[in-house]
Ligand binder design. Structure first.
Ligand code: NAD
Length: 372
């Protein structure tokens, strides 16, 4: 098969869906790889690096003749002219926001595979783009917040007196939140965290942070299918808001990461709550692209409200282009390799993962979350 790796077109996207390492491995599987000229530049990979790894470079019509097209974000349909019938589009396809594009893939007879729908099962962990990218986001969010903060993170005892430790509060303790906790701890902050899934309490403790949890409220178990959070009861939301309000007013840095798949991100911090925070505090809203956890956060802006800066970079992994690409590219390689059929010389999906990620097939939208 022929795999085409496109240069990303989205504004601010620095990542690339294959690296020389994964090109080498794809070639070893028996695939041909064509990379669009300049695709890796923002991630510090040159065309020559790809050529050395066994890829061909093309400047136009990159997808022509391809059986599989790789992207970080979903390619617009006009970039897919000439692909083979039934070709796979493998990328983060943002299916809810870009339903129009999913329809276009269907109409073009493509098989669109949304990598963000990878099920959370053990064997799919190495293919999970949400995990690999969230991990880096959690780390970077803390560094960016630390940079904007006008004080230090660790407690420092100096001849001129003591500098006190920053208080960091992480809301949403999934993959990004855990990494944010670990990073803030490494920088010497005093860290606390909260989530709706009570299983995270132990994880928070094990990282040396303090869990902040609502107790004894109906509907407290916020874990739904596949380890994802569910929407919480009104009682729970009220109790959580009260608990968090008292805590927030004492924090210097807040990192919010709460997402609910397929829905707008839950609102965790209101403008009123921001107003109770200290001047100079920094909030990093990692959910801004899904509507934001923080009232007033704006995608790709740093907004100042009541003396508090609210950071809303929509694409945080893109701030770590080399590592984010390396992990993303490995996710895609691991995916193809896991399903590679040696005799047929191409990947064949099984039902469990195929049904979870396949959006279009036979010129139709087929994914249950996009029907009904
Ligand atoms: P996510 O990005 O969907 O959400 C981030 C966190 O926000 C989650 O922990 C969620 O519980 C929390 N949250 C949602 N609503 C909230 C609210 N109102 N208040 C506070 N917190 C709220 O989650 P994620 O980072 O992708 O991970 C979720 C879980 O799935 C984790 O336990 C993770 O380890 C697991 N996981 C497993 C696999 C696998 O087995 N293949 C892969 C990825 C993640």
């Amino acid at each position: 098969v022929e795999i085409a790796v496109l240069r990303e077109r989205a504004v601010g996207e620095t990542r690339v869906a294959a690296t020389p390492e994964t090109v080498r491995k794809l070639v070893a599987l028996g695939a041909g790889v064509v990379v669009e000229s300049g695709a890796g530049l923002a991630a510090m990979v040159t065309d020559d690096d790809y050529i050395a790894a066994g890829a061909r470079i093309a400047s136009s019509d990159v997808a022509r003749g391809a059986d599989i097209v790789f992207g970080v974000q979903g390619p617009e349909i006009d970039l897919l002219a000439g692909v083979n019938p039934g070709a796979w589009v493998v990328a983060g396809l943002d299916p809810f926001a870009r339903r129009d594009r999913v329809e276009a893939y269907a109409a073009a007879g493509l098989e669109a595979l949304a990598m963000e729908f990878m099920p959370r099962i053990t064997r799919a962990q190495s293919m999970d783009i949400l995990s690999s990218q969230s991990n880096l986001s959690g780390y970077k969010a803390v560094l960016v917040a630390a940079n904007l903060y006008g004080r230090a993170f660790p407690m420092m005892m100096t001849a001129a007196g003591t500098v006190s430790a920053a208080k960091v509060f992480v809301m949403g303790v999934g993959v990004a939140g855990l990494q944010a906790i670990a990073t803030a701890r490494r920088l010497g902050a005093q860290v606390s965290a909260t989530d709706v899934r009570s299983a995270t309490k132990e994880q928070i403790l094990s990282l040396g942070a303090k869990p902040i949890f609502v107790e004894n409220v109906a509907g407290i178990e916020g874990e739904g299918a596949g380890g994802y959070a569910t929407e919480m009861s009104p009682e729970y939301q009220k109790a959580q808001a009260e608990l968090v309000s008292g805590h927030l007013a004492k924090q210097d840095i807040v990192i919010t990461t709460a997402l609910i798949p397929g829905r707008a991100a839950p609102r965790l911090i209101s403008d009123e709550q921001v107003a109770t925070m200290k001047r100079g505090s920094v909030i990093y809203d990692l959910a801004v692209a899904q509507g934001g956890n923080v009232e007033g956060s704006v995608a790709d802006e740093i907004v100042e409200r009541h003396g508090v800066r609210i950071v809303g970079f929509a694409n945080t992994p893109a701030q770590l282009p080399a590592d984010a690409s390396a992990l993303f590219a490995r996710n895609l390689y691991n995916f193809l390799a896991a399903f590679w059929d040696k005799d047929k010389g191409r990947p064949l999906l099984d039902e469990e993962i195929g049904n979870a990620i396949r959006l279009t097939q036979g010129r139709k939208v087929v994914h249950e979350r996009l029907l009904g």
